[in-house]
Design a protein around this ligand. Structure first.
Ligand code: SF4
Length: 331
């Protein structure tokens, strides 16, 4: 089914349509890895800014490994999913400790690093070394589901296995770099979640079973989503002269090792002014400003000058609140 005409069509489309992205113009495995970690759960436009900053500040794995975790988190601030930043840093240190610099070349070694799953390992191995591994991101799952009219959920263990078997048969093993780049970009720009009239101008239309069977728009299938959990946070911004109180989140929970104002959590149905949606949690938050003569002594907190706040990695929710409340706060 996937003959040479299929690949020619896909590659011709890619040559003329693809976006120019700095991490697709390089075969530096470190730069590719950095971009892939940043782009997990992040839009390209936002990721680009962070990628440029990271690569300028830590141009290779040795410099990243030598950085403090706090510095890396600080640079990551605003991107969310902070475990990515912690894993990035941990992985850099492991690569250096194992003598794998400038970056591991074996798929198994790449895959063994923290924060790297099958997709990221495949992307690095194929983009950097043209090694014959697929890189199945959400876009590729969608394209494969539609081309082959697969009505199994792709995000279950069994579904992933099935899709991997299929992509192995489609993968152009001699040209894995080009194939993976092309099919990912094809999913991002042509075979998009909402199709509109994309199928009418699609160079792969004659190969597409989803199009032939009128099922394309319904694919891919996902497993039912887990219920979102609501949480209510009250943050206390204590102001004593030009000082305030901060704490570091130590529990294995969201925002591990980020900083925040002293916080209490309670179960309530009250309406709070800020909401922040994470993948499985909806946070409701309020920020209370207390002007005090003497700082309260709260366990786990420490005093900083207000203008040092920028030195600490804060959650996006807190940054948003600080912006909204700025008239009530010191400059
Ligand atoms: S015909 Fe439509 S569904 Fe099929 S690959 Fe092209 S854009 Fe995707």
């Amino acid at each position: 089914m996937f003959n040479s005409l299929f690949y020619r069509r896909l590659y011709e489309w890619y040559e003329t349509q693809h976006r120019v992205l700095p991490w697709r113009e390089t075969d530096d495995a470190y730069a590719i890895w950095l971009s892939e970690i940043i782009l997990q759960q992040t839009r390209v436009a936002q990721g680009m800014e962070y990628y440029m900053r990271f690569i300028a500040r830590w141009p290779n794995i040795e410099t990243l490994a030598a950085a403090d975790e706090a510095e890396v988190l600080r640079e990551w601030q605003g991107l969310g999913y902070y475990s990515r930043a912690r894993n990035l840093h941990k992985a850099a240190q492991l690569v250096v400790a194992n003598g794998w610099t400038p970056f591991p070349t074996r798929f198994e070694d790449i895959r063994s690093l923290p924060g790297i799953g099958d997709y990221t390992a495949g992307a690095i191995a194929s983009f950097a070394y043209n090694a014959p591994y697929p890189a199945m991101d959400g876009n590729v799952y969608r394209v494969v589901a539609r081309l082959l009219d697969i009505d199994e959920a792709f995000d279950t263990t069994a579904g992933k296995k099935l899709f991997h078997q299929h992509i192995e048969t489609i993968l152009d093993r001699e040209n894995a770099r080009l194939f993976n780049s092309a099919i990912m970009e094809f999913g991002a720009l042509q075979c998009t979640p909402v199709l509109g009239d994309n199928c009418q101008q699609c160079p792969l239309q004659e190969f597409c079973l989803g199009y032939a069977h009128h099922t394309a728009e319904l694919l891919p299938i996902r497993k039912p989503r887990p219920k979102v959990r609501d949480r209510w946070f009250t943050y206390h911004i204590y102001l004593c002269g030009d000082k305030t109180l901060l704490q570091r989140r130590e529990a294995k929970d969201i925002w591990y090792h980020l900083y925040e104002f002293p916080c209490t959590e309670e179960q309530t149905e009250d309406k709070y002014p800020f909401t922040h949606v994470l993948s499985h949690q909806k946070l409701h938050a309020r920020f209370l400003v207390h002007r005090v003569q003497k700082m309260p002594e709260l366990p786990g907190t420490f005093v900083i000058h207000w203008d040092e706040l920028n030195d600490y990695a804060l959650s996006r929710l807190t940054l948003r609140a600080l912006d909204t409340l700025r008239t009530a706060l010191p400059n």
